[in-house]
Design a protein around this ligand. Structure first.
Ligand code: UDP
Ligand code: MN
Length: 260
C-alpha cells in the first residue's frame, strides 16, 4: 500500500457530507493513494461509520480555534476560526507525503501526480494571488513542523483569523522562492473564478482537475429538486450548474443510498 494519503477534515456532520462526496470523487478517478479524514467530537457516531466505509483512515483530533473574531468578521466568516484544526494534518506521520483537500472540494480527474511535488505546494488564491489558497496543498507530515506551526500560531496569530492566513505567514517564501511549488490553477479551481473571468473558464475549463466550492454557496446548501434530481443553484451561483450537478449526482448515487 502507498505511504501517501489524501487528507481532509470535518468538524460536524454537514462538512462530513462534503468529505463523503470528496472521497467518492477520488475513488471514481481510481487514485492509488490512501484516503484519511480527520474528525472532531462534533461528528456523530453514525456519520463516523459512513466515513469509515470509504476512507482508509479516520483520525480523531481535537478542535483548534483561532478565536480571532475581529479578522473573521472582516471575512464575514465567523465559523472559520475552527480551521486551525487543519494543522493536525502534520501529525499524520504514518505517511511520508500528503495532499490536504478541503471538504468542499471535488476531484474530477486523477491527480496522483500531485504527490511528486514538495512541501509546501499550493495554487494561488483568487482574492490575493500572492497568497496561496489553503484548500489544496501538498505537505510532509512532521511533528517538528506541527510544533513549529502551533508555536507560530500562539506567538503571531493569523492575519485573517483562519488557517490560510497562518499558513501563508509560516510558508512566507511561497510566492517568490520556487515556481514548482505553485500548483496550476486547474488543481484548485475556485468556484468564484468562473464568475470573475468567464472567457478563461470557457478556454481552460475542460482541463480542471479539482474544483473548490469556496465561500458560503456550498453544494450541500443548494436546492435539489427531489423528483428530477436537478440542482437549482442559488442566485449568483448559476455559472456553477455543471459542477454542482456532478456533486449532487455523486451524492445521490454513491452517498445517499448508504445513509439511513
Ligand atoms: N471546516 C469544518 N467545519 C467548519 C468549517 C470548516 O470541518 O465548521 C473544514 C472543512 O474541511 C472545510 C475547511 O475546514 O472545507 C475550510 O473551510 P471552508 O471550506 O468553509 O472555507 P473556504 O474554502 O470557503 O474559505
Ligand atoms: Mn474550502
Amino acid at each position: 500500500m502507498s505511504d501517501y494519503s489524501w487528507v481532509t477534515l470535518a468538524t460536524n456532520d454537514t462538512y462530513s457530507l462534503g468529505a463523503l462526496v470528496l472521497a467518492r470523487s477520488l475513488r471514481r478517478v481510481s487514485t492509488n493513494h490512501n484516503l484519511t479524514v480527520m474528525v472532531t467530537p462534533g461528528v456523530s457516531a453514525a456519520m463516523r461509520a459512513q466515513l469509515a466505509s470509504v476512507f482508509n483512515v479516520l483520525e480523531e483530533v481535537n478542535i483548534l480555534d483561532s478565536k480571532d473574531e475581529k479578522n473573521l468578521a472582516l471575512l464575514t466568516r465567523p465559523e472559520l476560526g475552527i480551521t486551525f484544526t487543519k494543522l493536525h494534518c502534520w501529525r499524520l506521520t504514518q505517511f511520508s507525503k500528503c495532499v490536504f483537500l478541503d471538504a468542499d472540494v471535488m476531484v474530477l480527474k486523477n491527480c496522483d501526480e500531485l504527490f511528486d511535488r514538495e512541501e509546501l505546494s499550493a495554487a494561488p488564491d483568487v482574492g490575493w494571488p500572492d497568497c496561496f489558497n489553503s484548500g489544496v496543498f501538498v505537505y510532509r507530515p512532521s511533528i517538528e513542523t506541527y510544533n513549529a506551526l502551533i508555536n507560530f500560531a500562539l506567538s503571531q496569530g493569523s492575519f485573517d483569523g483562519g488557517d490560510q492566513g497562518l499558513l501563508n505567514q509560516f510558508f512566507s517564501d511561497w510566492a517568490t522562492k520556487d515556481i514548482s511549488r505553485h500548483l496550476p490553477f486547474i488543481y484548485n479551481m475556485c468556484s468564484s473564478a468562473t464568475y470573475s473571468y468567464l472567457p478563461a473558464f470557457k478556454q481552460f475549463g475542460q482541463n480542471v482537475k479539482i474544483v473548490h466550492f469556496i465561500g458560503t454557496a456550498k453544494p450541500w446548501l443548494q436546492y435539489l429538486d427531489s423528483e428530477s434530481r436537478h440542482v437549482k443553484p442559488s442566485p449568483g451561483s448559476e455559472h456553477l450548474q455543471g459542477f454542482l450537478q456532478l456533486w449532487w449526482d455523486i451524492f445521490c448515487n454513491d452517498v445517499h443510498s448508504t445513509l439511513s
